[in-house]
Design a protein around this ligand. Structure first.
Ligand SMILES: Nc1ncnc2c1ncn2[C@@H]1O[C@H](COP(=O)(O)OP(=O)(O)OP(=O)(O)O)[C@@H](O)[C@H]1O
Length: 942
């Protein structure tokens, strides 16, 4: 093998980081990049030349090589033709002279010549054999595990999130709406799902579309939580990439961009459509407004993508924010065939209430009467056993989940409410009545515009002077020093109000502040948020506009000032949700300075007394609003109508109580049961907790780092610093040349942001393992043990074989048959032995050579015996893997087929995907091969 670094079309190279791709061929190259096609899996990769993780594969005289047609020849000479090699030699089968251009080499070939290395004294330290064995063993366990993509995320283990992620992440091309209430972790759920889909090869290309203000937050969350480096696309970046003439979206696998970027340019939208994705993720999907005659531009843009992309995740905390029709339309994005008529959807929804009613008695622990049992029997035929045994809580639970699974939107809509999740802080309301300034009162008397009534400071005539006249401003300036140095988030309806308040603070106080609104560029907004987040030097107050603050994480602050109130309960909840989210450590103080006798005073009382929306989340707010909207508007127009307001409040309160009761018993309760994972997620949690406590990874990595030549230094607090050592065997992708701090502990990783959380999911682990496995290091070795209990001079041959199958990634062959090690130990008599050696010393080279000369013939026989035994074991493993694959896929397919009969949320494509996977994998398994990976001779020399 040589290390030629001149690339030429037709040459064969191996990937150092993705050994499973098999042998690749260069199909393109230019000044900067080189493109390699891997025929075994059908993948191609484009690398920049200067750091391509590739190793050139060439052969020399005497090597045996295999052609794509299956014949083997021994190389006698070579010739170079346009940079690629032509091999000449003698065919082993026909003994005829043959010529084999390297383009026609078998693409399954791997660097795998341990016998030649052993006999030609190319030995490594004996410990490398153990390292190879462990690496194969651990990786094969990893690929088969159920926690792949979940356990390695830098998150606290929150059951409902893990449940949703495991349910959705395990599907092929999932299409779901993640609709947990504000701040319960939808972004985290999406991150886990994406991560799991990528790690299990269910997806390779992902496009995330979010509002402008959230681009940076998503970028950071993906990197920080699950180590995924998304590329942010905007017009500038695309223009720079246009120079290559290719579609910019095709040049990256993981892309993040804003919705306005896609809707603002037909060209970019078309390019995004043409690029082909496995998964589309859209945050704050409630903005995708829809009506049959006037779908919004955003809706149409996402609709076009959703029609092409197999997997779709939509995220919104407030699915009904723009009305129930828009909610229906978003479900339509997920499954157009099923949600084709709104009226039909409404009718279907009414059946969920029937189902909820029938299921309600199951949720209580009591006995069911005959009518209730009969109703359940109708809904879940063939459940007689469960129905006669309802005292058994497991049976009861299983029946409940079967019912949820088979009916309704549960499979495509996940919604958790705070009511079902503990640990949230309390919210406390503080109100500060301020006199209504005369200028506002006069202006309102002339004009009866609702916007003006709610936001009187925005009147054109007052725009330059209102901050001088409005007592809320005085209140704010006086309030800030009373809570200093605590951080305060202020939200108001418009960008201009936020800016002008900022200006007033600047002119009249020395308080550090920053402004955040949709008129600022993304970079400016992120700077502002960063300045606010800085605990020591940063701003005390951040002044946000409504839209600017949506989805942002500001839970490090505990004081929220609502300078005005929004018109709808969902928007109010979005505002409070900036602080009231996972990670909030203290009770939240909501401060509202309001103008007496104004529309704002009316809104305040309605939210507080009618909906209790400040002290608690109000999931029914939107529904109450829809029903009392007319009454509310007239109260806002006539703040002096005290009797009208009392009536509105009383009516809203009653409505709210009734709707809440319905929610608790009804459809949302079912959705929630389904989404919370209660009774279903515990095993998964136990598996992750067990993995967290397992010491295999730290031990293995310490050994591996040592073997590669990486320095490791303990830093305390369960952290280590790793840095490249002087004798590193190769460059390790992902290792910071200046060193990096790592931890294997979740607790440390979730508190110390700058520390890398190393898990089996982490790319550094895979890169380090690949570095070893794609290299020849450890393929051959000879070592001594010193065991007085064993005969002096006894020797054994250890052989490591690997059983593997090459198949296109989307078939997920790894799940059933990852590269699986088979280790054999053959003693001097040629018998298989169970003995294993943990401390093997390297033999002196001269002695090793003498030993090898003496043992050459018996060792060759031992290798042959090992080969035969390995084939027998491989056949058994392969058979077991085939049965497991076929059983598991057939079970999955029949489960979906049975469900589909009752639950139209199962798409035909989900079933046909599995059908195809089953037949393709069955074919691929026929090509599975067992290959010799490493040999070690061990001699006892006490
Ligand atoms: N499992 C977790 N471990 C650690 N932090 C978490 C976890 N889940 C959520 N968080 C943090 O809680 C906050 C809220 O989570 P996230 O942004 O995912 O919620 P969301 O439901 O998307 O919110 P919104 O409805 O406002 O869009 C974020 O700061 C997030 O980093």
């Amino acid at each position: 093998m040589s290390s030629v670094s001149e690339y030429a079309v037709g040459q064969r190279w191996l990937s150092n980081t993705e050994s499973e791709l098999g042998l690749g061929a260069i199909i393109n190259q230019d000044g900067r990049s080189v493109e390699v096609y891997f025929p075994a899996t059908g993948d191609s990769r484009k690398y920049t030349k200067h750091d391509a993780p590739l190793t050139r594969l060439t052969f020399a005289e005497g090597d045996d090589i295999k052609s794509q047609d299956g014949w083997t020849m021994t190389v006698t000479s070579t010739e170079l033709s346009h940079g690629a090699i032509i091999y000449y030699g003698t065919r082993r089968d026909t003994q005829a002279s043959a010529k084999l251009p390297e383009t026609l080499l078998d693409h399954q070939i791997r660097l795998n010549q341990p016998e030649q290395r052993l006999m030609s004294m190319q030995h490594d330290k004996p410990k490398w054999f153990d390292l190879r064995l462990r690496a194969f063993t651990y990786l094969s366990d990893y690929y088969r595990s159920s926690i792949i993509g979940l356990a390695g995320a830098r998150i606290e283990l929150i059951p409902h999130q893990l449940h949703i992620a495991s349910q959705v992440g395990n599907r092929n091309a999932p299409r779901v709406l993640l609709a947990d209430e504000v701040g319960l972790g939808k972004t985290i759920e999406a991150a886990l799902i994406i991560h799991q889909q990528l790690k299990t090869s269910r997806a390779q290309r992902v496009l995330i579309v979010v509002p402008d203000s959230l681009v940076h937050q998503w970028l950071v969350e993906m990197l920080r939580r699950v180590n995924l480096a998304f590329s942010v696309f905007d017009e500038d970046r695309c223009q720079a990439m246009d120079e290559d003439g290719d579609n910019p979206f095709e040049q990256e696998q993981l892309v993040l961009c804003s919705l306005s970027f896609l809707t603002g340019s037909t060209k970019r939208h078309e390019q995004a459509l043409a690029a082909g994705w496995d998964m589309l993720v859209v945050d704050e999907a409630h903005h995708l407004a829809w009506s049959p005659d006037a779908p919004s531009a955003g809706y149409q843009c996402i609709e076009a993508l959703a029609q092409q992309v197999p997997g779709v995740l939509l995220l919104t905390a407030t699915p009904d924010q723009l009305g129930h029709e828009s909610h229906f339309a978003r479900l339509r994005l997920l499954d157009a065939a099923r949600f084709h008529r709104y009226e039909r959807f409404l009718e279907e929804e009414s059946h969920y209430s029937e189902l909820a009613e029938a299921v309600a008695p199951l949720l209580e622990d009591g006995e069911l009467d005959d009518t209730q049992l009969a109703r359940l029997e109708e809904l879940a035929p063939n459940s007689t056993a469960a129905l006669t045994n309802l005292n058994d809580m497991d049976e009861r639970d299983a029946l409940l989940h079967r019912l949820i699974d088979r009916h309704g939107t549960g499979r495509l809509l996940f919604r958790n409410r705070r009511a079902g999740i503990s640990g949230f802080p309390a919210r406390e309301l503080n109100t500060y009545a301020q006199p209504l300034p005369d200028v506002y009162e006069d202006a309102l008397a002339v004009e009866s515009d609702l916007q003006q009534a709610l936001y009187p400071e925005r009147q054109a005539a007052l725009v330059d002077i209102w901050t001088e006249l409005d007592p809320r401003v005085e209140w704010l300036l006086a309030f800030l020093p009373t809570v200093k140095p605590e951080k305060v988030l202020l939200i108001c309806a418009s960008a201009i109000t936020a800016q002008q308040l900022g200006e007033a603070i600047r002119q009249r106080t020395g308080i550090r502040h920053s402004v955040f609104h949709e008129g600022m560029s993304i970079v400016e907004r992120d700077k502002a948020a960063h300045f606010f987040a800085d605990a020591e030097e940063g701003a005390q107050i951040l002044l946000c506009s409504e839209i600017g603050s949506e989805g942002r994480n500001f839970q490090f602050a505990h004081h929220l000032v609502l300078f005005d109130l929004p018109m709808t309960p969902d928007l109010l909840e979005q505002r409070i949700g900036r602080l009231d989210r996972i990670g909030q450590t203290e009770d939240i103080q909501i401060h509202i300075p309001y103008l007496e006798d104004s529309a704002q005073a009316v809104l305040l009382r309605w939210y507080d007394e009618g909906l209790n929306a400040f002290n608690q989340t109000c999931p029914t707010g939107a529904a109450v609003y829809q029903q009392v909207e007319g009454q509310l508007l007239s109260c806002l127009e006539m703040p002096e109508d005290e009797a009208g307001l009392e009536e509105l409040i009383a009516e809203s309160r009653t409505l709210n109580t009734t709707l809440k009761q319905q929610l608790d018993q009804g459809r949302d309760r079912l959705l929630e049961l389904n989404a919370s994972g209660q009774g279903k997620v515990e095993d998964l949690l136990d598996d992750i907790i067990a993995e967290d406590a397992n010491s295999h990874l730290p031990e293995f990595m310490s050994w591996l780092f040592d073997a590669i030549g990486i320095n490791q230094e303990e830093k305390g607090d369960d952290c280590f610093i790793i840095s490249p050592g002087e004798s590193m065997i190769n460059n390790l992708p992902g290792l910071d040349p200046d060193g990096m701090t790592i931890t294997f502990r979740r607790r440390v990783a979730t508190t110390l942001e700058h520390v890398h959380y190393i898990s089996w999911d982490h790319p550094l682990v895979h890169n380090a393992v690949d570095l070893i496995l794609t290299d020849t290091v450890g393929k051959a070795s000879l070592g001594f043990i010193g065991d007085r209990m064993l005969p002096k001079g006894a020797y054994w041959l250890e052989a490591l074989f690997v059983l593997g199958v090459n198949a296109p990634a989307h078939l997920q062959a790894h799940r059933f048959l990852p590269q699986t090690p088979i280790k054999l130990c053959i003693d001097a008599e040629g018998e298989a032995s169970d003995i294993s050696f943990d401390k093997t010393r390297r033999a002196n080279k001269k002695i090793a050579q003498q030993l090898l000369q003496a043992l050459k013939d018996p060792v060759n026989k031992q290798i042959e015996t090992a080969r035969q035994l390995a084939q027998i074991k491989a056949d058994a493993l392969l058979q077991a893997a085939r049965i497991s694959m076929q059983t598991s896929l057939r079970d999955e397919m029949s489960r979906l087929q049975a469900l589909q009969k009752q639950n139209p949320a199962i798409r035909d494509s989900e079933i046909s995907f599995i059908d195809n996977q089953l037949s393709e994998l069955t074919k691929a398994f026929e090509q599975a091969e067992v290959q010799l990976d490493a040999l070690r001779i061990v001699v006892n020399n006490p």
